[in-house]
Design a protein around this ligand. Structure first.
Ligand SMILES: NC(=O)c1ccc[n+]([C@@H]2O[C@H](COP(=O)([O-])OP(=O)(O)OC[C@H]3O[C@@H](n4cnc5c(N)ncnc54)[C@H](OP(=O)(O)O)[C@@H]3O)[C@@H](O)[C@H]2O)c1
Length: 302
């Protein structure tokens, strides 16, 4: 079997169109446009490139974006002051602190300082808690993107056996919460694997939907894929490649060639989950602007 390739760029483009329409409607209602402020600390090249992608996507759909750049020596107190200033600024609808932060900074304390109503990354404990309770306000963009792709691909999620490799607060954990909920693109039976899991292959071989978010190439080999499974590869790693001008290429967690012989559908890297992450961030920014405009402080119906 040769798997259908799930085109993340195409689904993302559909989401961009929806957000652009939402932004236009917002503008005609309120005479202003949604605004996102990104805070970027340090000079990690991958982070800079992610932020550029976010800025470009915002511009395309009409969201105003500003990036506050500070060098790696920024202190915790300086960063908290920036975040508190943005939290108090009514012109700012969404705040995104690009992670990872330099090691001397306390990530949790920084995230806690974000106004939860502007927390478009969905990492503030208030938003994480609402997600766990099935009362989603903001969920992190990557899990939202994975779920949206599955919906667009008409993957039957109700009752599906889903196995997620990885339990991070950014991907595995919130994705588990999303897919467990009752509703469209969810209601699945979810197993989460991590470094404490005894026999990962025994778990993945049961998966109708296998989602890899471990962060290293080869985390999922073809022997770990059930024939006919839908495989979603969240992982992104840089591997050296002297044939490329920039000296590296991006690769996912899944051994794509072999896995695509077994899977019924599979996401490529790049061009799979990556574009969806940015698209769903835009959805969250528009949602934050609508929350602010309507004082509707609570729940998004899924
Ligand atoms: N495409 C996108 O838009 C996008 C967005 C976000 C992240 N990513 C990529 O997705 C990957 C995961 O990101 P993340 O932030 O979730 O990473 P992370 O915080 O490093 O979490 C990795 C998770 O995988 C588990 N894991 C790692 N090695 C394992 C192993 N050998 N066996 C079993 N479990 C293992 C870890 O288990 P423990 O908890 O036991 O340590 C952890 O739960 C990365 O490649 C990242 O670049 C892509």
């Amino acid at each position: 079997m040769s798997a259908r390739i799930i085109d993340g760029k195409a689904v993302a483009s559909k989401v961009h169109d929806e957000v652009a329409a939402g932004v236009a409607e917002f503008k005609s209602k309120y005479g202003t446009v949604p605004g996102l402020t990104v805070v970027l600390i340090g000079d990690d090249p991958a982070s800079h490139s992610y932020v550029k992608g976010k800025e470009r996507a915002c511009e395309k759909v009409g969201i105003v974006t500003e990036t506050i750049r500070r060098d790696a020596s920024t202190s915790q107190a300086e960063l908290i002051e920036i975040i508190e200033g943005l939290s108090a600024d009514p012109k700012v609808n969404g705040i995104l602190v690009q992670l990872p932060l330099p090691k001397h900074l306390n990530e949790d304390e920084v995230i806690h300082a974000i106004d939860p109503l502007k927390d478009v990354d969905g990492l503030h404990p208030e938003n994480a808690g609402l997600l766990m309770l099935g009362q989603t306000r903001f969920a992190p963009a990557t899990p939202l993107g994975v779920q949206r792709m599955l919906v667009e691909e008409n993957v039957e999620m109700k009752g599906a056996k889903v196995v997620i490799l990885g339990r991070s607060k950014l991907v595995g954990m919130p994705l588990t919460a999303l897919l467990l909920q009752k509703g469209v693109g969810a209601n699945a039976t979810v197993t989460v694997c991590h470094t404490g899991t005894k026999d990962i292959a025994a778990e993945t071989l049961r998966a109708d939907v296998l989602i890899a978010a471990a962060g290293f190439p080869g985390a999922i080999t073809p022997e770990m894929v059930k024939p006919g499974a839908v495989v979603i590869d969240v992982g992104v790693s840089r591997v050296e490649d002297s044939t490329r001008k920039r000296g590296y290429r991006l690769t996912g967690d899944v051994e794509f060639e072999g896995a695509s012989e077994l899977a019924s559908a599979i996401t490529p890297v790049p061009g799979g989950v990556g574009p969806m992450t940015i698209a769903m961030l835009l959805v969250n920014v528009l949602q934050a602007a609508n929350l602010a405009a309507t004082n509707w402080h609570h729940i998004r119906k899924s």
